[in-house]
Ligand binder design. Structure first.
Ligand SMILES: NC(=O)c1ccc[n+]([C@@H]2O[C@H](COP(=O)([O-])OP(=O)(O)OC[C@H]3O[C@@H](n4cnc5c(N)ncnc54)[C@H](O)[C@@H]3O)[C@@H](O)[C@H]2O)c1
Ligand SMILES: O=c1ccn([C@@H]2O[C@H](COP(=O)(O)OP(=O)(O)O[C@H]3O[C@H](CO)[C@@H](O)[C@H](O)[C@H]3O)[C@@H](O)[C@H]2O)c(=O)[nH]1
Length: 328
């Protein structure tokens, strides 16, 4: 059994990672400030409330639990907010990661799995997005993740920190048992917003741009089920334990769906209409982001087994129908 410090374990993806870690026989210790997370989502291991900015608190938590490795999900990740307030993103995501890595060095913890993003690639008009694609982030959120990837390489050379960065495409869906799910407040992601519009929890969904150079005029994304995503993280721990090798992997299916495709699938899966309004483009959106890599499959043996649109939307819908957004 390994003890894994899970930063951001009270958030959407981190809570699913904690469940998967516990199921694999490990002890997930959540370190989270609750800035966007939920204490009710911490169900699968101990909770240590704290902020990445608090070096003394980090030292105390490393001393108490002596983790074998860190899974680092804690970050701010709202692209619109990052565009308006870049300092917040550099301070929290980059400054927080410096503190975390320094605490790891002090504690002698030498393995980390990091949540990166395809937003590091920027807008690449037809270029196949694989791990060799250069970084060209469109916003401070993507730039902050790019910076942490560079930081990991430097800490690895200087302090022998083994690291893996997973560049997620669009994460969707919820725990098959309905115990945990996506609960961002405010919500900005397409699938939960479309579900809220279909069920009358909010008004019509605005389509952010219908004049993109794509077959139906809306942006294209590659959606990956959160349970598949966290399964890759468990494989990432094994990869680190085996030694070095590749340090960055895309996590996507390689299949792109337009915003209109997703809305059609939400209507089909729920049997409900999704009211929509055609609106303006959203600043910072790339036209198309689809993974062009099978490296995670080749090296880690990862397969995106659950990542059909119907399964992602179906599990997210079940979670929404429970009204289970961690509200009191
Ligand atoms: N959701 C996606 O589609 C997606 C795609 C690509 C990458 N990611 C990355 O995955 C990770 C998790 O995303 P999520 O969707 O679960 O977000 P989330 O907001 O649900 O979870 C993030 C968690 O980190 C915590 N946190 C943030 N800053 C902190 C700090 N300074 N100290 C301590 N805790 C802090 C929050 O309270 C929250 O619980 C993030 O790093 C995000 O950038 C997400
Ligand atoms: O009300 C809405 C919300 C979204 N969209 C569109 O739907 C697509 C998907 O948007 P969203 O669900 O917000 O995801 P992304 O902006 O693609 O960003 C997500 O996926 C990135 C990786 O692609 C991560 O890095 C980010 O953290 C995560 O927010 C985009 O074309 C949006 O313009 C709409 O048309 N209307």
């Amino acid at each position: 059994m390994l003890t894994i410090l899970v930063t951001g374990g009270a958030g959407y993806i981190g809570s699913h990672a904690c469940k998967a870690l516990a199921a694999a026989g490990h002890l997930p210790v959540t370190y989270d400030s609750l800035v966007t997370g939920w204490q009710q989502a911490v169900k699968f291991g101990p909770f240590e409330q704290g902020d990445l900015s608090d070096a003394a608190r980090l030292d105390a938590v490393f001393a108490r639990w002596q983790p074998d490795a860190v899974m680092h999900f804690a970050a701010l990740s709202n692209v619109g907010e990052a565009t308006d307030a870049p300092g917040l993103y550099w301070r929290n995501n980059v400054g927080g990661s410096i503190n975390l890595l320094d605490a790891m060095v002090r504690a002698g913890c030498r393995q980390i799995v990091f949540s990166s993003t395809c937003a590091t690639y920027g807008d690449r008009d037809g270029v196949v997005l694989d791990e060799q694609t250069g970084f060209a982030p469109l916003n401070a959120y993507g730039a902050s993740k790019m910076a942490v990837e560079a930081m990991l390489a430097d800490y690895s050379r200087a302090h022998d920190i083994a690291h893996v960065s997973f560049r997620y495409f669009n994460v969707a869906g919820a725990d098959a048992d309905g115990e945990i799910g996506e609960a961002h407040d405010p919500e900005t992601h397409l699938i939960p917003l479309a579900l809220q519009a279909a069920t009358g929890r909010r008004g019509a969904l605005t389509l952010f741009g219908t004049d993109y150079p794509t077959p139906d005029g809306t942006c294209i994304r590659d959606y990956v089920h959160v349970e598949d995503l966290v399964a890759a993280h468990i494989l990432g721990l094994d990869h680190l334990a085996r030694g070095r090798g590749e340090t960055a992997f895309n996590l996507g299916t390689g299949q792109g769906f337009s915003v209109r495709d997703v809305i059609g699938a939400v209507a089909r899966v729920t049997g409900m209409d999704v009211p929509v309004i055609e609106g303006q483009r959203r600043a910072g959106d790339a036209v198309a982001l689809v993974s062009g890599s099978s490296l995670a499959q080749e090296v880690l043996g990862w397969r995106a087994e659950r990542s059909t649109l119907d399964r992602m939307i179906g599990s997210a819908f079940a979670w929404h129908q429970k009204g289970a957004l961690y509200k009191e």
